[in-house]
Design a protein around this ligand. Structure first.
Ligand SMILES: Cc1ncc(COP(=O)(O)O)c(C=O)c1O
Length: 413
């Protein structure tokens, strides 16, 4: 009998095999049928230090013995308090308030709602959101609304709210900055961006100078600036936050994925003082109206505290720069079938094969199957191949990944 499980982003009608993973360690996944698979995409960009990092596992075990779950409206617990304090300090007290949720999508929903609440409570309701072309911010109705339209959300398009789309930077980014300047004159509530790297949009990169200029335009026009660091945060782009490379402090930032080292779900939306102050009142109607059952789950918070310990005690940034340099060496050896070769921190990407391959082209599943046969978890976005492994990956495993990519180049040429 076939499994009753309905998997995400999976066309079950194609009958493709779905490997069963029994355990994982570092950059390796082990399947029931005895394969050791290299996790070349950090299990959808979440695993930073490696799977089952002993300190994170120990923290989860200890917390599970103590307090599993508690309503977070009107109640609190030590891991949530400590984590918020440590996050605020780690990020230089730029965002003094931490609002917890449980996924990247909810972190973004929270950010958007904070922005709208801010304007309403200021007595100047604003509802328009600006977003960058090709963006991805999640799969809920709200986050799809601020993301690119396409085959992913065609069925839901009539329900998605309208946003102002700012073109993706080309060349010196003048197209983006002029469009943003223009759009800001209409006094939108906020601009939301993925800083430096648009992930699901195809690993599209743009330079810190353009990020800085976008933030400056928003500040000048009094438009809130939201940075979705769900994918880029926790060292992915070479620095703790991608925004650090532009030297900017957005009004709101969204964190998830690597917040717990990728071990368990948790998210945090961090806000600057004025956002919090706009909701602070004796009037209950002005409170921030958002919650979900697992807000600030204690086990998630304990895992995140262990993640912060790892950042404090281990040479994480050195590992990141070593991984980046090793990726760079391999990228330079790629054959000509690989186009637009690029790297930002630990993220390496390039296009493969014909120019016009869309997400649904058959190249992507063929590549996926090719890599799976070679015990690699690599999941191309259309014809964009990207390598984004956990920071602990061994050199030999990275060699295997790039060896298979070179083999694919010969096979599919
Ligand atoms: C930039 C960005 N924002 C939000 C999300 C949504 O996160 P989640 O899948 O945890 O809801 C993702 C997921 O990949 C992402 O890359």
């Amino acid at each position: 009998m076939s499994s009753p499980v309905w998997h995400p982003f999976t066309q079950h009608g194609l009958g493709e095999p779905i490997p069963l993973v029994t355990h994982a360690e570092g950059a390796a996944l082990y399947t029931q049928d005895g394969h050791r698979v290299i996790d070349a995409i950090s299990s959808w960009w979440v695993t930073t230090h490696g799977h089952c990092h002993p300190r994170i596992m120990a923290a989860i075990r200890a917390q599970a013995e103590q307090l599993d779950q508690i309503i977070f409206a009107g109640w609190t617990h030590a891991p949530a308090e400590q984590l918020a304090e440590r996050l605020v300090a780690l990020l230089g007290h730029r965002w003094p308030y931490v609002f917890y949720s449980d996924s990247g999508s909810t972190a973004v929903e929270v950010a958007l709602k904070m922005a709208l609440g801010f304007w309403l409570n200021q007595g100047e309701p604003r509802h328009r959101i600006l977003a960058l072309e090709h963006s991805y911010h999640g799969d809920t109705i709200g986050t799809m609304s601020v993301g690119a339209r396409g085959v992913f959300n065609r069925a839901y398009t009539p329900l998605l709210f309208d946003v102002g789309t700012i073109p993706f930077p080309a060349g010196d980014g003048a197209n983006t900055l002029e469009a943003l300047e223009q759009a800001c004159r209409a006094k939108p509530a906020a601009l939301i961006v993925e800083p430096l790297v648009l992930g699901a949009g195809g690993m599209l990169f743009y330079p810190p100078g353009i990020l800085r200029a976008m933030q400056a335009i928003c500040a000048r026009h009094d438009v809130l600036f939201i940075a979705d660091e769900v994918m880029t945060g926790w060292g992915r782009t070479g620095t703790l936050l991608a925004c650090d490379q532009a030297g900017i402090t957005p009004d709101i930032i969204c964190l998830s994925k690597g917040l717990t080292g990728g071990a368990v779900p948790l998210a945090a939306t961090l806000a600057r003082q004025p956002i919090y102050d706009a909701h602070l009142s004796q009037d209950r109607a002005r409170m921030f109206f958002h919650s979900s059952s697992y807000t600030a789950n204690p086990i998630g918070c304990a895992a995140a505290l262990a993640n912060l310990d790892i950042w404090r005690d281990e040479p994480v940034l050195d590992r990141i720069s070593t991984l980046g340099a090793r990726q760079q060496q391999r990228l330079e050896r790629l054959p000509p079938i690989a186009r637009n070769i690029r790297r930002q921190g630990t993220i390496a990407a390039f296009e493969f094969g014909p120019d016009d391959a869309s997400y649904l082209s058959d190249l992507s599943p063929r590549l996926l199957a090719f890599f799976r046969e070679r015990d690699l978890l690599l999941r191309p976005l259309g014809n964009t191949i990207y390598v984004m492994p956990p920071y602990c990956i061994e050199e030999a495993d990275l060699d295997r990944i790039y060896g298979a990519i070179e083999e694919a180049a010969a096979h599919f040429a």
